[in-house]
Design a protein around this ligand. Structure first.
Ligand code: HSE
Length: 336
């Protein structure tokens, strides 16, 4: 499968690394906001991975490197089957990723994205366009990444109705709470460690104020339950007000805080609620520690089930993109 990549940040670079370890995916071009590199015969992923470790200026890459580009020109010039969109999230408009994704679909390319903005705001529109053209639109990396919330939901909920969702969907806050509880760290020190380890968003308020969790809950509900929930309707409280004393006193009672997202899909006006909740041993999420996450689906016929783990990191996010690419590849193969 021939793919093009837009976005060479942490996740994009990790994806290049994983592609280099496989022989079924060929990387034809890679682009970032200022520059790009392409080779009709396929780029050398190992060389590109090393290069991106030194600089993101692809114009100086050597053969195939170029400066400012337009996606329409790129899609005319290079022949690919699938576009991976992994640029940073813009949660107000979803642009420019939304336009890039639309153009790729209109040009007959499958799309896999790690970008939460366009998926949260325009999922139905983009999915409809993909379906109309018989194309795949993979979004697993936007809603838990290594934790297969979308993949499991799309495949394993078939035939049952989703009644509710509970989730610990943000690795950064779960890690901070873990470090405060077990390492005795202050909130500030724990946040700094999460940032140093590269799991926090570029703007960590997205994590610690609960927005990243709320976005993921919204995406999951819209994708799996056909809802059109909006982030502005969510009730969101993060972990910034929690003190070391709060954490200690929960621990003294054999409980711990989790930043929990909840959604009752049977409610008259379903809305995402994200807030820190003190959970005890009996709660499925009590044991979800460190950078791990978890999702629990409540259904009519399958009862309740949960998936736990799927720690947040760039390698896991890149692996989620690979998973989506391979699922699309499998579907194409089945059609033949
Ligand atoms: N910052 C996110 C997290 C990773 O901590 O889970 C990307 O979704």
């Amino acid at each position: 499968m021939r793919i093009g990549l837009v976005g060479t940040g942490g996740v994009g670079r990790a994806l290049v690394d994983l592609i280099g370890k496989r022989d079924d995916i060929e990387l034809v071009f890679a682009l970032n906001s200022r520059s790009g590199v392409g080779d009709q015969a396929g780029l050398d992923p190992e060389k590109l991975y090393d290069y991106l470790g030194r600089t993101r200026d692809l114009e100086g890459y050597g053969e195939g490197g170029f400066g400012a580009w337009r996606i329409s020109d790129i899609l005319n010039e290079y022949r690919v089957d699938l576009l991976v969109e992994a640029t940073p999230t813009n949660k107000s408009t979803g642009e420019p990723a939304r336009s890039t994704i639309r153009l790729a679909l209109e040009n007959g390319l499958h799309v896999v994205t790690a970008n939460k903005g366009p998926v949260m705001l325009h999922y139905r529109d983009l999915k409809d366009l993909a379906e109309k053209r018989g194309l795949g639109f993979g979004i697993g990396a936007t809603a838990g990444a290594a934790l297969p919330t979308i993949s499991a939901g799309e495949n394993d909920l078939l035939g049952s109705r989703l009644l509710g969702i509970r989730g610990v969907l943000n690795g950064t806050t779960n890690y901070i709470l873990h470090l405060m509880e077990n390492g005795g760290m202050t909130y500030q020190a724990a946040l700094q460690k999460a940032q140093e380890e590269g799991i926090a968003e570029a703007d960590p308020t997205q994590d610690v104020e609960g927005w990243d969790s709320a976005i993921k809950m919204t995406i999951i509900a819209n994708a799996l339950a056909g809802k059109a929930l909006k982030l502005e309707d969510a009730e969101v409280l993060g972990i910034t007000h929690l003190t070391s004393e709060d954490i200690r006193s929960a621990k003294d009672r054999n409980k711990r805080y989790k930043l929990l997202g909840e959604l009752d899909l049977e409610a008259e006006n379903p809305r995402v609620v994200v807030k820190p909740v003190m959970v005890s041993h009996e709660d499925i999420f009590y044991g979800v520690q460190g950078k791990n996450k978890g999702i629990q689906y409540v259904t009519d016929n399958l009862g309740e089930f949960a998936i736990l783990g799927g720690a947040s990191d760039v390698r896991g996010a890149a692996a989620a993109i690979i998973r989506d690419i391979l699922q699309i590849k499998k579907r194409i193969f089945r059609k033949v």
